[in-house]
Design a protein around this ligand. Sequence first.
Ligand code: ZN
Length: 274
Amino acid sequence: MEWLDGARCVICLTFDLDADISWRNILRRHNIERDNPVILSQGRYGPKVGVPRVLRLLKKYDLKAGFFIPGEVAERYPETVRDIATEGHEIGHHGYSHRNPASCSLLEEKEELEKGIKILEELTDEKPLGYRAPAADMSENTLNLLSDFNFIYDSSMMGDDVPFIVKTKDKEIIELPIRWILDDWVYFGFNYFPPLEYQSGISSHRKVFEIWSDEFEAVYEEGLYYMLALHPQIIGIPSRARMLEKLIQFMKSKEGVWFASPYEISKFWREKES
Ligand SMILES: [Zn+2]
């Protein structure tokens, strides 16, 4: 299919800035009330080092990405949020406390959305237009709540090779699907403790480059859409950021590749479908 200005395929780079709160949530899930400083510092690497490195990389190639940020992370790292917004990247909603929406009551989920919107709007002067569900899960209320709060797009589901329309109770939302093979956690997410959480091993960058570039070649061939869902604390370490740079160079070496932010893709899809 044809994308904007006759482009052959579209590439979207997104970063979920979970920082330390997703690790705190993992500790709580294991009934550990103590905030283990080593585990949390692994998450804090994201805003402290990962984001600046990713921003430098995006700037070098003049790319605009989407960053999905939990409200609680935005409150604790306001300068990081401002830096991302100042560089012209899009900021999306990623819950408030990164709590799994499926574990929330309707009221709690509504509060998570409200608090997240409020802090992102305070820091960027704009309401977030997009949402990515924390913990890769949704409740039966999530999509209806997203349309109540006038979100334009969601990027949490996995049901197609291209964007699609999801009907909510009284509106429609554009879905920008993700897929596990284009996520960095599944290859690199590692921690020593708690046991049985992310101890699957640390992948070779070459293996991941091979999977991501093979997927790009297939997407390019078929004229589809390619959404990378990354995490600054994971992809932002030196060798992995270098691998991402090689991937960007490889994609840019082909004709007709459109790099777009999530909102730009949702806008294109909305116009195409109407
Ligand atoms: Zn997350």
